[in-house]
Design a protein around this ligand. Structure first.
Ligand SMILES: *Cc1c(COP(=O)(O)O)cnc(C)c1O
Length: 435
């Protein structure tokens, strides 16, 4: 049964104000409720797996700040670590011991990188990794996949033109066509397209970049053979393989998707979880490749707030928790149980939906057909998500406001909470498919 709308008066008022200050009323477009009902909820507070909005509504949160909050909101050890760091000042523009500590923690447990550089966002990490790949190889072109998001750097806001493999077309105004011409776009899960690109642009491709598990446009889980194929063809052509692990890093396990696929990319990028909710990104590679970065080498990259002590303290506290024995096993088991029973419910009812799940990431596809690349997603199916989103909010469950976005389970989602959420999800699906 359709549930009565919760009160959203205060959020609506705040949104009206925000529209006077910010384009579209938000500071990042994914926050706008453009593809769901209503206007954005303004969040007042988060604790554990719960969020509270300006009207005092409480939600079980499956957005988790789009991934960073693997321990949930306001985790005591992260909070205390931040408070302690703040007492010594918030930024120095000079090295601190905290940077060494976080680096040591990461490098001890992540054997895929030998040297790293901290930056302040995922976008910055990827943008720098691309520059590094170009500087190291002396080549200009990069190959990306349709449906993979790598942040908003110019050369990556590029979508496929027509044809199997094409030079990209910009997917944002303000990007010179000349930049897009340096980016080749290929569909995921398609060997021929990549082979053709290497044939057409022989000796020109600096790097192939792929999300560890593409999770920004649905959850497009690739087969291991395909990833192995990418590793082989890049190595054979003197091209670097960049794994963008901004979502998957520290999420699928401490060593992310690269460990899941048992593969060694040349450059890896991280963000989201690494900062414990503070703005941190990182890129890393072998010591040889990283020696190209300034001040050691000729590839320039810098940041006033890079390695910020407060952000390092948050990252240190969060990543330390992830290293507790059994952390990922428990989180992944909980997710499998939760999503498995939702899938059973959908199947029993004959609702044409399929859940894609990996680690503690899940995505609801409004189709029973196998989805492995961006082109497999039917945009018309997003109408159903709109209804689902409204019904979930009205039942106290918060999902990101787009059907292309994945959901996340955190360590703070207890089995009891997941039971409650499941019931709300079942009831919401009944509404979606009753109309
Ligand atoms: C979120 C994301 C980015 C961009 O990170 P920001 O911190 O938003 O700049 C890049 N790559 C992937 C795979 C992401 O999920």
């Amino acid at each position: 049964m359709i549930k009565e709308d919760i009160s959203r008066e205060k959020s609506a008022e705040l949104y009206e104000k925000a529209r006077q200050y910010f384009p579209g009323g938000v500071n990042s477009p994914v926050r706008a409720f453009k593809s769901v009902f209503g206007t954005p909820l303004f969040i007042r507070k988060g604790d554990g797996c719960y969020l509270w909005d300006a009207d005092g509504n409480q939600f079980i949160d499956f957005c988790c700040s789009w991934g960073p909050l693997i321990l949930g909101h306001n985790h005591p050890s992260v909070r205390e670590s931040v408070v302690q760091a703040i007492q010594n000042g918030m930024s120095f523009g000079a090295p601190t011991m905290l940077e060494n500590q976080l680096a040591e923690l990461i490098l001890t447990h992540n054997k895929l990188v030998e040297k790293i550089r901290f930056v302040s966002s995922g976008t910055e990490a990827v943008m720098s990794a691309i520059r590094l790949a170009r500087g190291y190889t002396g080549r200009d072109k990069i190959l990306k996949f349709e449906g993979c998001y790598h942040g908003h750097a110019d050369s990556l806001l590029v979508k496929a033109g027509s044809g199997l493999v094409t030079l990209g077309e910009t997917s944002s105004a303000g990007i010179p066509a000349a930049f897009a011409n340096e980016t080749i776009v290929a569909p995921l899960n398609d060997r021929e397209a990549v082979q053709e690109a290497f044939h057409t642009f022989s000796g020109q491709i600096a790097a192939v970049i792929i999300e560890g598990i593409p999770a920004n446009n649905g959850l497009l889980i690739q087969d291991k053979d395909y990833i192995d194929f990418l590793r082989e063809i890049t190595s054979a052509n003197g091209t670097l393989l960049i794994f963008d692990e901004v979502i998957t890093g520290f999420r699928l396990g401490f060593e992310g998707a690269a460990a899941y696929y048992d593969i060694r990319p040349d450059i890896l990028t991280y963000g989201k979880i690494i900062g414990g909710g503070m703005p941190v990104g990182m890129y890393g590679a072998s010591a040889a490749i990283m020696s190209s970065i300034s001040p050691e080498g000729p590839v320039y990259q810098a940041g006033t707030l890079s390695g910020n002590p407060v952000a390092m303290a948050a990252g240190l506290a969060q990543l330390s928790e992830l290293l507790q024995p059994g952390f990922y096993d428990e989180l992944n088991r909980k997710t499998a149980g939760f999503t498995g029973s939702i899938q059973s419910f959908l199947t029993e009812r004959g609702y044409p939906c399929k859940l894609y799940v990996i680690g503690s990431i899940f995505w609801i596809a409004f189709s029973e057909l196998e989805i492995k690349k961006a082109g497999d997603i039917d945009p018309a199916s997003m109408e159903r998500f709109r209804v689902l989103h409204r019904e979930l909010l009205n039942r106290g469950v918060y999902f990101g406001p787009s059907g292309y976005e994945v959901g996340f389970i955190s360590a703070a989602h207890t089995p009891a909470v997941l039971e409650t959420a499941k019931q709300a999800i079942f009831d919401s699906f009944d509404v979606v498919f009753s109309s």
